[in-house]
Design a protein around this ligand. Structure first.
Ligand code: HEC
Length: 120
């Protein structure tokens, strides 16, 4: 069988790709640099501590450091890129008692913010 080494090489290459953790950009489709801008524009730092965001030392909400390691978003939604974006856009829909207001975050902004938060 002359094709075997080629097939093995292909399998090895595929395995190598799958073993690498996907980047935040790949998971969310967002741009973390634009996310940083959006976080500052919406003033998330008034209520949250966020790594790498100047002045983001708010203590009204939980720190957003290591959000990627948390199992749930706001203790409500399983932590997936989609759910994180839904929370950022419509927290009051998910948790009407929450102190986090709907800030009118657009779809693209939410994607970029999620990319930034998973990126830290
Ligand atoms: C007025 C204060 C306030 C502002 C402004 C605010 N948040 Fe929040 N946020 C909260 C509070 C309070 C919670 C906790 C909500 C809960 O658990 O019900 C929260 C929860 C969260 C969570 C879930 C955290 C976790 O540990 O599961 C994320 C993510 C989040 N906010 C992102 C953002 C982003 C992004 C912005 C800006 C677009 C923002 N927040 C603006 C108050 C705020």
């Amino acid at each position: 069988m002359h094709t075997t080494p080629v097939a093995l090489l292909l399998i090895a290459t595929l395995a190598a790709c799958q073993g690498k953790p996907p980047s935040a950009d790949a998971i969310t489709g967002g741009d973390p640099r634009r996310g940083l801008d959006a976080i500052q524009r919406y003033g998330c730092g008034a209520c949250h501590r966020i790594d790498g965001v100047p002045g983001a030392y708010g203590k009204v909400g939980p720190t957003l450091q290591n959000i990627g390691e948390r199992g749930y978003v706001a203790g409500k939604l399983p932590n997936t890129p989609e759910n994180l974006q839904t929370w950022i856009r419509f927290p009051q829909r998910i948790s009407p008692q929450s102190a986090m207001p709907d800030l009118g975050v657009g779809e693209i902004d939410a994607r970029d913010i999620a990319a930034y938060l998973y990126h830290q």
